[in-house]
Design a protein around this ligand. Structure first.
Ligand SMILES: *[C@@H]1O[C@H](CO)[C@@H](O)[C@H](O)[C@H]1NC(C)=O
Ligand SMILES: *[C@@H]1O[C@H](CO)[C@@H](O)[C@H](O)[C@H]1NC(C)=O
Ligand SMILES: *[C@@H]1O[C@H](CO)[C@@H](O)[C@H](O)[C@H]1NC(C)=O
Ligand SMILES: *[C@@H]1O[C@H](CO)[C@@H](O)[C@H](O)[C@H]1NC(C)=O
Ligand SMILES: *[C@@H]1O[C@H](CO)[C@@H](O)[C@H](O)[C@H]1NC(C)=O
Ligand SMILES: *[C@@H]1O[C@H](CO)[C@@H](O)[C@H](O)[C@H]1NC(C)=O
Ligand SMILES: *[C@@H]1O[C@H](CO)[C@@H](O)[C@H](O)[C@H]1NC(C)=O
Ligand SMILES: *[C@@H]1O[C@H](CO)[C@@H](O)[C@H](O)[C@H]1NC(C)=O
Ligand SMILES: *[C@@H]1O[C@H](CO)[C@@H](O)[C@H](O)[C@H]1NC(C)=O
Ligand SMILES: *[C@@H]1O[C@H](CO)[C@@H](O)[C@H](O)[C@H]1NC(C)=O
Ligand SMILES: *[C@@H]1O[C@H](CO)[C@@H](O)[C@H](O)[C@H]1NC(C)=O
Ligand SMILES: *[C@@H]1O[C@H](CO)[C@@H](O)[C@H](O)[C@H]1NC(C)=O
Length: 416
């Protein structure tokens, strides 16, 4: 199956590196001194009303995110220090801080999103700017220390979930740089201690869950308003998620196979973007976004998002990545891959896909169009061809050697 394991490892490493680079740095200053500094990655999963029903949008804090200096404040006028980051078409994320002399904390988190941004909220039946506020979000640290949390932390705000990761943050800063002393969040403490303890204890105390095996292949489709299928997919899906386990009090890796007859498919189709949303028993929502490019006449899988609330999770998780480039194929064709593929979404979530055929655009008569095979399948087809060619070459060489040998021996007899 795995022809190029080293290549796959390289691929995963490359994505892990990319994932680290994506953190943004935000600073609130007053004059020359910095009072709040944050380095973080954040992704948002926002539920909104669309003409076709409720939909979920996924956005990540882009590199272009900037601090809104006019709204942000260091709180020198007696108000709370406030970090306001703006991104995209009028979306903002605000963090408000307070301290009691020894500890500072994030008092509330404000998310403002602009439903008229159709690139993020296609099909929204409102064009309002929506503001939602959370209460305390559990981010706190002693003064003069940096709060550090590399593990994903999900915060629920209204109908949205904000997931922070790779976070380093400080307010009421004594200098212009993050304090070298770090306060490490509970989730990271669990992950950093894990490598030293799991090797000896895992085998004896906590029996590893048995791997679930190859997932069953399901058929999922999205229909137009007139009832014709506009997106069709057949595949076996296995989620590989790491999260903080409630029972084991440490980060665990879990594999979950989607069961086709317990999974509902919905979604939407458009000319340049199509979405497939799979929901399994209210505990797992997995969505795929495909993007078409009419200039290059290609399409690809550009986004994957997951929201999961499994029984052993300490908190629901939400993970998304909208700058993916997987399953590239030509418009008017379907994409097929029999080999297992691993799609890394974020460092804590990857998706294993088995026996895939998908077509997000240009479906006619409810059926797949001609398939384009993935590179891995083509490589696998190449192996028998190469082996065959090598064998044929060998036979030819033996034959030639035999003929030459015969000719030589004939010549030998004639001289006598
Ligand atoms: C900022 O720093 C520069 C050089 O250190 C100094 O000249 C300037 O007065 C400072 N500005 C403020 C507002 O403190
Ligand atoms: C969707 O619309 C319904 C009815 O107007 C409303 O009750 C609900 O709060 C809306 N949901 C969102 C996420 O805006
Ligand atoms: C938006 O769509 C929902 C259904 O998805 C519907 O209940 C609601 O009334 C709509 N709201 C507006 C303002 O059209
Ligand atoms: C919301 O988005 C629309 C379209 O992208 C834009 O024209 C508008 O200015 C945005 N609103 C705000 C408050 O930024
Ligand atoms: C500040 O808050 C922390 C956490 O809530 C608490 O442990 C600490 O005692 C408080 N300190 C003071 C001086 O109130
Ligand atoms: C957030 O908390 C700060 C400090 O307690 C408060 O001043 C502000 O009004 C709060 N914001 C919202 C939107 O509730
Ligand atoms: C934090 O550091 C500043 C400057 O180094 C110092 O003046 C202040 O007392 C410190 N605060 C605490 C609570 O340690
Ligand atoms: C169904 O609607 C789509 C666009 O929404 C259109 O392209 C297609 O021709 C329609 N099919 C039928 C059978 O009406
Ligand atoms: C699940 O993900 C982890 C970490 O990315 C990886 O080590 C493991 O091999 C994956 N397992 C499967 C079955 O894909
Ligand atoms: C979980 O583990 C952390 C650190 O390993 C520990 O501080 C905490 O008390 C534990 N919590 C429970 C509920 O066991
Ligand atoms: C789902 O499929 C499995 C095996 O194919 C079967 O045992 C189970 O009864 C099915 N469940 C439902 C709800 O159809
Ligand atoms: C579409 O493809 C063309 C040609 O490959 C490329 O130049 C362009 O940037 C692509 N457009 C988008 C939106 O990706």
């Amino acid at each position: 199956m795995r022809v190029f394991p080293s290549l796959a490892a390289l691929f995963i490493a490359w994505f892990a590196v990319l994932g680290c680079i994506k953190a943004v740095t935000l600073e609130v200053k007053e004059g020359n001194s910095t009072c709040i500094k944050a380095e973080l990655s954040a992704s948002f999963s926002i539920t909104y009303n669309a003409s076709s029903g409720t939909r979920t949008a996924s956005v990540s804090l882009p590199d272009s995110t900037a601090v809104d200096a006019a709204s942000s404040s260091c709180g020198s006028d007696g108000s709370s220090p406030w970090l306001v980051a703006v991104f995209g078409s009028g979306h903002t994320l605000g963090l408000s801080f307070s301290n009691n002399g020894s500890v500072y904390s994030v008092v509330n988190l404000t998310l403002q999103y602009n439903l008229s941004d159709t690139s993020v909220f296609p099909d929204a039946n409102s064009s309002d700017v929506v503001t939602v506020v959370s209460g305390s979000v559990g981010i706190w640290a002693p003064i003069n220390t940096t709060y550090r949390c590399l593990s994903p932390t999900a915060v629920r705000v209204g109908g949205a979930t904000v997931t922070f990761s790779d976070m380093r943050l400080e307010a009421y800063m004594p200098g212009n740089d993050l304090s070298p002393t770090e306060s490490i969040c509970v989730a990271d403490q669990a992950t950093t201690t894990a490598p030293t303890t799991t090797a000896s204890t895992a085998a004896t105390t906590t029996p590893e869950p048995t791997p679930p095996g190859t997932p069953e292949r399901g058929t999922y489709s999205v229909k137009n308003s007139n009832g014709t299928i506009c997106l069709l997919a057949e595949m076996g899906l296995q989620l590989n998620v790491s999260f903080l386990s409630q029972t084991q009090n440490k980060t665990v890796q879990e594999l979950l196979n989607l069961t086709p007859n317990l999974t509902n498919s919905t979604g939407s189709c458009g000319t340049s973007s199509a979405t497939l949303v799979l929901t399994q028993e209210q505990t797992t929502v997995l969505s795929f976004t495909f993007t078409a490019n009419s200039t290059s006449n290609k399409y690809h899988l550009s986004g994957i998002s997951l929201q999961a609330n499994w029984s052993d999770m300490t908190a629901p998780i939400s993970a998304s990545n909208n700058s993916l480039d997987y399953l590239r194929s030509t418009l008017g064709r379907s994409y097929m891959c029999n080999a297992e593929q691993t799609l890394v979404v974020v460092p804590t979530f990857s998706l294993n896909i088995f026996r895939l055929q998908v077509q997000p655009f240009g479906i006619t008569t409810n059926q797949f169009a001609t398939a384009e095979d993935c590179q891995m399948d083509q490589d696998q087809m190449l192996i028998p061809i190469i082996v065959g060619a090598a064998l044929a070459g060998l036979v030819l060489i033996v034959l030639i050697a035999y003929l030459i040998g015969r000719k030589r021996s004939h010549a030998g007899y004639q001289t006598i």
